[in-house]
Design a protein around this ligand. Structure first.
Ligand code: ZN
Length: 505
């Protein structure tokens, strides 16, 4: 077959897989949002049937042969075509390394452990989960060895979420974050001890319908395209891409405006990235997000770096006052303080922008020790408490508020957590670089002028898809390799803000 014909054939295969995957995501989105509870049974079967069809198509011998063939002829393809082949080959080789029996055993272990985790968390009984975690760790080690026995198994697992990431690089970045945060957290503790937080103006009476309209306004303002997207409600916020449109979800708490606003900004950041991927390469690696860390950089940039800034509330306050009588007398300063409360706490998902990273470092260090064989799952609960004390100075009274709080490990996801802090690191570095090129970001934000920043992100991050791996993407976009220093500078400014804003401080 001629090379261009073979490439056209590959595109056809990949786009068909992507169409099936999009349809599957639509069914899953519907299940989380609108599906009547009585129809869960048939939906589970529909999802299972479609997942099987997707598996058949994405592992079709004809597709595998095509990818192998084209991988030998990279020099006959143009650079964009070569990206699609290179990334397809990388992905397929990882999948092919696992035989069907191993894949089935892994899926069963995960499904089983997930339901045990629900029970263990409910009963606050870590011992119930520990043997399952031990099996999951052993399984992930087997998987890593099957993929590449020559490398540290943890690095191989990391690449499921962050392709191309080197463990040494991750360790150095997280090491910088860890060292840089210690004095900051000590400062936060000292401040908060002397000056307790005032009541938040964002806790009160906030009509759910008004919240819905307000969030749509906030999300449209930063550039989310509602002609190719929606926001609906679900128990846990998420975003998902159905071909050319992006679905976001949030949850409305009529007593608290903070949750729906910041989860919407977060999910909209993910959505802006998806909407900014190359439309003519949809379904191909060039038109697919680079990595989870880069994805998370986009959500956290809008949620934290922009959304929790003073400038952001200066432009949002008039709309907020118009939407909610409860905010009639609220000041920008009080609102900014309310969305930047910082304090060591037990639960990752409820923690602030600064201490959040220590929750991630704790998980990174523990899961590395598990995969490396230096820590047994049975000892995890004690190790968790010890590290909480070391990093955050607090210890959970029970495992429900400790090692049992997240589902990730019980779902077999080892190497996933670091992508959250990588996202924070990339976001801060991108924003510093954007400021050097497009000028004072606060000034633009204050004027409600978000399009310039979004345009910069589109040009430097979104449109590249998987053309570049994350390390190269960040280096090209910002002129330097990924580093924790911009994030630490950003968080230092936040702590300064806190010191100035706390009454009496
Ligand atoms: Zn996210």
């Amino acid at each position: 077959m001629n090379t261009q014909t073979a490439y056209a054939d590959l595109v056809h295969h990949l786009q068909r897989c992507s169409d099936i995957a999009g349809t599957l995501r639509l069914l899953e989105w519907d299940q989380e949002t609108y599906l009547p509870a009585g129809a869960m049974d048939s939906r589970a079967r529909q999802i299972g049937a479609l997942a099987e069809i997707l598996h058949t198509h994405s592992t079709a011998p004809a597709l595998l042969a095509l990818v192998d063939e084209l991988a030998n002829r990279l020099d006959e393809l143009d650079p964009e075509q070569a990206v699609d082949v290179r990334e397809s080959k990388w992905q397929l080789d990882r999948e092919r390394a696992l035989d069907a029996a191993l894949v089935r055993e892994r899926a069963e272990l995960r499904a089983n452990a997930r339901s045990v985790w629900i029970q263990a968390r409910h009963d606050d009984d870590f011992a119930l989960l520990a043997p399952h975690l031990e099996q999951l760790v052993a399984m992930e080690r087997r998987v890593a060895t099957a993929i590449d026995a020559s490398r540290d198994p943890y690095e191989v697992l990391l690449e499921s979420y962050e392709p191309g990431l080197r463990l040494a690089h991750l360790e150095s970045v997280l090491g910088e974050v860890r060292a840089g945060l210690q004095p900051l957290v000590a400062r936060i503790c000292a401040l908060v001890e002397r000056h307790p937080y005032p009541a938040s103006p964002l806790i009160g009476d906030f009509d759910a319908g008004a919240q819905r309209r307000f969030n749509e306004h906030a999300v449209a303002a930063i550039g989310f395209d509602f002609s190719r997207g929606r926001i609906d409600e679900s128990a846990h916020p998420f975003s998902t891409t159905i071909g050319s449109d992006v679905r976001l979800t949030t949850r409305y708490d009529p007593r608290d405006l903070t949750y729906s606003l910041y989860s919407s900004l977060h999910e909209a950041g993910h959505g802006l990235y998806e909407q900014g991927l190359a439309a003519d390469a949809r379904g191909l690696p060039r038109g697919t997000a680079c990595s989870l860390g880069v994805h998370e950089s986009q959500s956290r940039l809008w949620e934290n770096q922009i959304g929790r800034s003073h400038a952001y509330w200066e432009q949002l306050l008039p709309a907020a006052r118009a939407a909610f009588p409860a905010l009639a007398a609220a000041s920008v300063d009080a609102l900014v303080l309310a969305v930047n409360r910082m304090e060591p706490s037990l639960i990752r998902t409820e923690s602030d922008e600064t201490t959040y990273n220590l929750h991630i470092i704790l998980r990174f260090e523990l899961e590395r020790a598990l995969i490396g064989g230096d820590l047994r799952a049975a000892d995890l609960s004690g190790a968790w408490r010890e590290k909480m004390r070391e990093l955050l100075g607090v210890t959970p009274a029970d495992d429900r508020h400790g090692v049992l709080q997240d589902v990730h490990w019980a779902a077999g996801e080892f190497g996933y957590f670091p992508t959250y802090t990588l996202g924070n690191v990339y976001a801060a570095q991108l924003l510093e670089a954007a400021a050097r090129e497009i000028g004072d970001i606060d000034e633009l934000v204050r004027a409600g002028e978000f399009a310039t920043l979004l345009g910069w992100l589109r040009a430097k991050v979104h449109r590249w898809g998987q053309t570049l791996r994350a390390a190269e993407l960040i280096e090209r976009a910002t002129g330097e390799p990924a580093s924790a220093q911009p994030l630490l500078r950003h968080l230092e400014r936040k702590v300064e803000l806190l010191a100035r804003a706390l009454p009496g401080a």
